[in-house]
Design a protein around this ligand. Structure first.
Ligand SMILES: NC(=O)c1ccc[n+]([C@@H]2O[C@H](COP(=O)([O-])OP(=O)(O)OC[C@H]3O[C@@H](n4cnc5c(N)ncnc54)[C@H](O)[C@@H]3O)[C@@H](O)[C@H]2O)c1
Ligand SMILES: [Zn+2]
Ligand SMILES: [Zn+2]
Length: 310
């Protein structure tokens, strides 16, 4: 099959690789019909997430048709269309029983490495470095989906792919970011980053009862989308001091909740940004946390800072 493979910093190639096969009785093989590129893939592309190896197949946002199932798969059938969530979950461990699927303790065989790096490990994740298990991803013609009875969502036949694909990651990620804010009617929520995760966080914040959502980015088209599609107020990081502007817009108090949907490769300016940039390049820190720092400085006393950004 053809797949998109990682070969180093800013070096990814479409290559011929062996087709995946069933390895465990709980596996399914999915023929991929749609896949997406995540902001998280940019962190791999730019080489700021460790644990990538030559030839790793990228992609953790994908959907398609089941073409083969292992002997113990009960819930899924060949021919069904599924969206595959990016974390791989066993469905039976301490965390899965609490529905904390993204920290399943059975699906990441390299958890011990992730613990050294991050303190705690995540679940296995498709196409996301050997620290999350080294699983082949879904920017490919086929993918092997372990524990297939647990994660994949069956898609009704008539729903087009582009109405379902975002359930693989960016919609639930944005929704959960807003849900974690404990939004009450009248709340003001600020969202850093107007990529897909930020856009869904903005819509989810309104859905959960926010009165005002203030969207922050530096791309005019993304700010336009936040304004026109979701009716958010917007701030451009290139034009104003964000902490001052948010304070001014909230009667001096700060937003009730702040969502960092930017993550470790935030853009910025000034001394703090230069300091982060140098430390990240020298591998003295893994992140450039400009947005996170602004979120912490802006949030009102007793408010919530929610961090979906990697
Ligand atoms: N927790 C999860 O499960 C999960 C899932 C998906 C994505 N993510 C992470 O969420 C983040 C956003 O994902 P995405 O797909 O929307 O990415 P994206 O790259 O499309 O969007 C990020 C946006 O942040 C903006 N930005 C950069 N610096 C900024 C700053 N200082 N202030 C305000 N905005 C700034 C960029 O201009 C860009 O529009 C990434 O870090 C990604 O890795 C996490
Ligand atoms: Zn993603
Ligand atoms: Zn589990």
């Amino acid at each position: 099959m053809k797949a998109r493979c990682w070969h180093g910093v800013r070096d990814v190639r479409v290559e011929r690789v062996p087709d995946p096969g069933i390895l465990n009785p709980g596996d399914a093989i999915v023929r991929i019909t749609s896949t997406a590129i995540c902001g998280s893939d940019l962190h791999l592309y730019n080489g700021v997430v460790p644990g990538m190896m030559h030839g790793d197949i990228l992609g953790h946002e994908f959907m398609g048709e089941i073409v083969e199932i292992g002997a113990s798969v009960k819930r899924l059938k060949v021919g069904q269309r599924v969206v595959v969530p990016f974390p791989i979950a066993c469905g039976q461990c301490f965390f899965c029983e609490q529905k904390l699927f993204s920290v399943c303790e059975n699906s990441n065989p390299n958890a011990y490495l992730a613990e050294k790096m991050w303190g705690h490990a995540t679940a296995g994740i498709f196409g996301y470095s050997h620290l999350t298990g080294g699983y082949a991803g879904g920017q490919a013609e086929y993918a092997r989906v372990p524990f297939a009875d647990v994660g994949p969502l069956v898609v009704p036949g008539e729903l087009p792919d582009d109405k379902a694909l975002f359930l693989s990651d960016v919609l639930p990620t944005g929704y959960m970011a807003a849900e974690a804010c404990d939004i009450v009617p009248g709340a003001v929520v600020a969202v850093w980053g107007c990529g897909p995760v930020g856009q869904f966080a903005i819509q989810s914040a309104y859905l959960l009862g926010a009165e005002r959502v203030i969207a922050i980015d530096h791309y005019a088209d993304r700010l336009d989308m936040a304004r026109t599609v979701s009716h958010a107020e917007t701030l451009n990081v290139d034009e104003v001091d964000i902490v001052d502007a948010l304070r001014a817009m909230t009667g001096g108090r700060g937003p009730d909740a702040c969502i960092d949907a930017v993550g470790m490769e935030a853009h910025g300016a000034g001394v703090a940004y230069a300091y982060d940039r140098v430390k990240q390049a020298m591998r003295l820190e893994s992140d450039r946390p400009t947005a996170l720092r602004e979120a912490l400085l802006s949030c009102r006393n007793g408010g919530v800072v929610s961090v979906p950004g990697v």
